[in-house]
Design a protein around this ligand. Structure first.
Ligand code: MG
Length: 162
């Protein structure tokens, strides 16, 4: 470990369901009758991971880099933000050692899509298999996620540089 700097980061995001949008989570289109509201694509899983990575590197947060009042980021895919942030970390000499995201959703059922999300986000970050892990949980019917009003996600990352 000598000579190596390691940093932990944590990110949280939530978006509400609205009619008339495609549901994008973890960089994957999930068939559902609603999508997530947001200036970009509302991908709470990708956004939580973006915030965790930026925070770990001491680069601020998503709102700073991709402000929601900037038309450049309208409808931007969460995986595109991830690719952008991966380049920022690379420029700082960091590599992603480990990333773990937990999504909170009562519906739709996300479990069948976790492998595809892992692949999409790993490709966006340019990391090998096993670095990105995703899980999903419910809140036993409690709160906004439990009522099916939206989706939340929490991400933890470990990054390192020599
Ligand atoms: Mg967001």
């Amino acid at each position: 470990m000598s000579g190596q700097t390691m940093r932990i980061g944590h990110g949280i995001d939530a978006h509400r369901f609205v009619n008339g949008r495609a549901l994008m989570l973890g960089g994957v289109h999930i068939p559902y009758d609603r999508g997530l509201m947001g200036h970009s694509d509302g991908d709470a899983i990708a956004h939580a991971l973006v915030d965790a990575l930026l925070g770990a590197a001491g680069l601020g947060d998503m709102g700073h880099h991709f402000p929601s009042n900037d038309p450049r980021w309208r409808d931007t895919a969460g995986v595109d933000f991830l690719g952008d942030v991966a380049r920022k970390l690379h420029d700082e000499g960091y590599s992603v050692v480990s990333a773990h995201v937990v999504a909170v959703a009562e519906e739709p059922r996300l479990f069948p899509h976790l492998d595809a999300m892992r692949t999409a986000m790993s490709q966006a970050l340019g990391v090998e298999d096993g670095v990105v892990q995703i899980g999903v949980t419910t809140t036993d019917g409690m709160g906004f996620a439990g009522r099916g009003e939206g989706v939340a996600a929490s991400a933890t990352v470990l990054i390192a540089r020599q």
